[in-house]
Write a new protein. Structure first.
Lengths: 355, 330
């Protein structure tokens, strides 16, 4: 296996067939993949801009990881369930989550309260690796229900150091849970490179737990989709978990609060720029005559329109009413919350009376 | 149906059996809960009767147990988790505090996590370290989980059933040194109608001179202390708090307004314990009804000592009575 993993599309946009992962999407599917990646990239850029303008408190950029996210989410079927970490913006869009719902979290008006059931896309999880256990339990429930479905859990290279991720691997293996563990190895956990997290290639971790693991070129959307589809089939068919290490790169900062120039070389970033996931699919589309200038121009226009809607939506986002912090602490009445809510209301009212 | 006399362990087992039978979404999961029936036999026989799919022996990892229970709850199940001993909960503490407690609020009410986490707790059984702790304050401080602790077999039965029915996560602390105490339990549904809600406190011994407030294993200790005090001519009221989050302050206040004196007792260290919250609340709300400062009785702020010292470490009848005497001396 090459260092970058299973590959169906070279950085130059040339197809390379793989015996285990045959995949030949129709031209309109290729265009749809490109479109999804381009729109996600545009929303992501808008997130960074809005943070710089003070409209968002924080934004974790997905730049560079579009193929890993779009390829994997496109492999899902309806009824499959996603457990994301906090950088899966393209996956969210792929599950029909409005980008403004993501922005609400990073603007600080809520904690990202989209409806997980409506989108089969769980809430973002900020504590590293915790969601892999939720995903494993959910998958166990799916199996109990006899559902013809699987779970995909997203996490990063840093998360593989967390005990929860190892526990999730083990529980899933022992329970034969229908789950795909999808690790986006973007090479950096904030400032710590892979060498600080692991002594073995991450996909090899699966062997020790007793299930298959493969590395896929995470910047190759075709390979990611093909491998994820096969892994989901494996999980759905009752053969237990599957680990995918999508070998990719975080082109931007960890978040808008981070300064990667303190810990990594520009040359390394440039070497990955040559493997850009959108560029290589564009090359394929042009090479095979599946898309022309008009298509790329149309996608760019759509991206600008989406960005404009996001921008206006974020700027118009009102802060929640203060008393809402007492809502939904518990599902059922709780005397302690009720007492504090009443005390807060009385305190607020004391200002009104003073005029 | 007549009440049956049974141990607290048997009452918990009956409660689990009844919810497993009535709700196919309930699951029992934990270490050794299946074939063995749990190290205290609380889940004895359940796997045999309900199968491995409903009563699940899990890998030995508390974070994994709580984290996967969350996932099962997201899928519509109602997991009842057993943590084997109080001191073993902490590998799962992150999942409880960071995920289980907050997900309902984070989702603006869309997600409900009806997970019960049963924890045998407290000392007095001569155990090795990490097997005798009372960490309830560490959970009560966390918004989003309910914390309760029964003191009797009857409450064990009815409160556990209510914990399972509740749509909120519940940390259910079981007084392990009272596991084999016996009491009357009426499992008839009509008896259930007469039970006070689990979040309410209960006056278990009325009295006029002083209020003793306790929960879990210390309720029995306080009742015994009240018997001794009665021989000395003091009429003590004992309030079983039952719930630590929320605390039924209304019942405590009503009692203190009558007696004018309050001693709060728990096995957990006094320092930043549940008694501190109750003392502060009563000082704020019953100041002019108090004839004496509110006193707290509990363990010392040390690691749980070797078991040969636990009689000195834990508050027993004498320490409770010492505090009672101090309060009555005012």
């Amino acid at each position: 296996m090459s260092g970058d993993g299973i590959r169906l599309l070279t950085p130059e946009g040339e197809r390379v067939p793989h015996p285990d992962y045959p995949f030949d999407p129709a031209p309109e599917e290729l265009r749809a993949l490109y479109r999804d990646m381009a729109l996600a990239r545009r929303v992501d850029a808008e997130g960074v801009t809005l943070q710089r303008q003070g409209e968002l408190g924080l934004w974790p950029s997905l730049l560079g990881q579009e193929a890993a996210q779009v390829g994997s989410v496109r492999a899902l079927r309806e009824g499959d369930r996603v457990f994301p970490s906090y950088r899966e913006h393209a996956v969210a869009l792929g599950r029909g989550v409005d980008p403004l719902a993501l922005m609400r979290l990073f603007r600080g008006v809520d904690h990202g309260a989209w409806d997980p059931d409506a989108h089969d896309f769980h809430l973002y999880t900020l504590v590293i690796g915790s969601q892999t256990l939720h995903a494993t339990g959910y998958a166990c429930g799916m199996a109990k229900d006899g559902a013809d479905a699987a779970v995909i859990a997203y996490f990063g290279d840093g998360a593989t150091s967390q005990g929860d991720v190892s526990e999730a691997f083990n529980f899933a293996a022992v329970w034969d849970a229908p789950i795909v563990f999808f690790c986006q190895n973007n090479q950096w956990a904030i400032s710590e490179p892979n060498e600080r997290q692991t002594r073995v290639p991450l996909h090899q971790r699966a062997q020790g737990f007793g299930f298959p693991g493969v590395r896929v070129d995470g910047n190759d959307v075709l390979a990611v989709q093909a491998v994820t589809r096969a892994a989901l089939d494996h999980a759905r068919s009752g053969r237990g978990p599957f680990l995918i290490e999508a070998f990719t790169y975080r082109m931007g900062a960890h978040t808008t609060s981070d300064d990667p120039s303190r810990y990594r070389d520009a040359a390394e970033v440039e070497s990955w720029r040559a493997k850009d996931p959108l560029l290589r699919l564009e090359r394929l589309l042009r090479r095979e005559g599946a898309a022309d200038d008009a298509f790329f121009a149309e996608v760019a226009v759509a991206g600008e329109a989406l960005a404009a809607r996001v921008r206006e939506g974020v700027r118009a986002m009102a802060s929640p009413a203060p008393e809402e912090m007492f809502d939904h602490v518990y599902a059922e009445a709780h005397a302690g919350v009720d007492r504090e809510r009443a005390a807060f209301a009385a305190y607020q009212a004391s200002f009104a009376e003073e005029g | 149906m007549a009440a049956t006399r049974m141990t607290l362990v048997a009452a918990l087992n009956e409660a689990l059996r009844s919810v497993l039978a009535s709700d196919p979404k309930t699951l029992v999961m934990g270490e050794d809960v299946g074939r063995l029936g749990g190290v205290f036999r609380v889940t004895d026989g359940l796997q045999k009767d309900f199968g491995e799919g409903r009563v699940m022996d899990t890998p030995l990892a508390e974070s994994g147990i709580v984290g996967t229970a969350i996932g099962l709850a997201l899928r519509g199940y109602r997991p009842i988790v057993e943590i084997q001993f109080d001191g073993f909960v902490f590998p799962g503490y992150d999942q409880i505090v960071t995920q289980l407690a907050k997900m309902h609020a984070r989702s603006r009410g869309r997600v409900r996590l009806p997970v019960v986490i049963r924890i045998p707790y407290g000392g007095g059984i001569g155990a090795v370290e990490h097997h005798s702790e009372s960490p309830e304050a560490l959970f009560a401080h966390v918004a989003g989980v309910r914390v309760m602790s029964p003191a009797t077999p009857s409450d064990a039965y009815w409160m556990l059933r209510e914990a399972v029915r509740c749509d909120d996560p519940v940390i259910f602390f079981e007084p392990k040194r009272r596991y084999y105490d016996k009491g009357e339990v009426d499992v008839d549904p009509a008896a259930g109608e007469r039970q006070p809600p689990a979040h309410t406190a209960r006056v278990v011994r009325p009295g006029r001179d002083l209020t003793l407030a306790a929960y879990g294993p210390m309720v029995r200790t306080c009742l015994d202390a009240a018997e001794v005090a009665a021989e000395e001519g003091h009429d003590l009221e004992v309030v079983d708090l039952r719930s630590i989050s929320p605390v039924d302050f209304a019942t405590v206040e009503r009692s203190v307004r009558r007696t004018g004196r309050l001693v709060v007792a728990h096995e957990a260290p006094v320092f930043f314990g549940a008694g501190a919250e109750i003392a502060a609340h009563v000082a704020e709300h019953c100041f002019y009804h108090l004839s004496a400062p509110v006193l707290r009785v509990g363990a010392y702020h040390t690691p749980y000592p070797p078991s040969r010292l636990e009689e000195e470490y834990l508050p027993g009848i004498d320490r409770v009575l010492d505090a009672v005497d101090q309060a009555l001396a005012h």
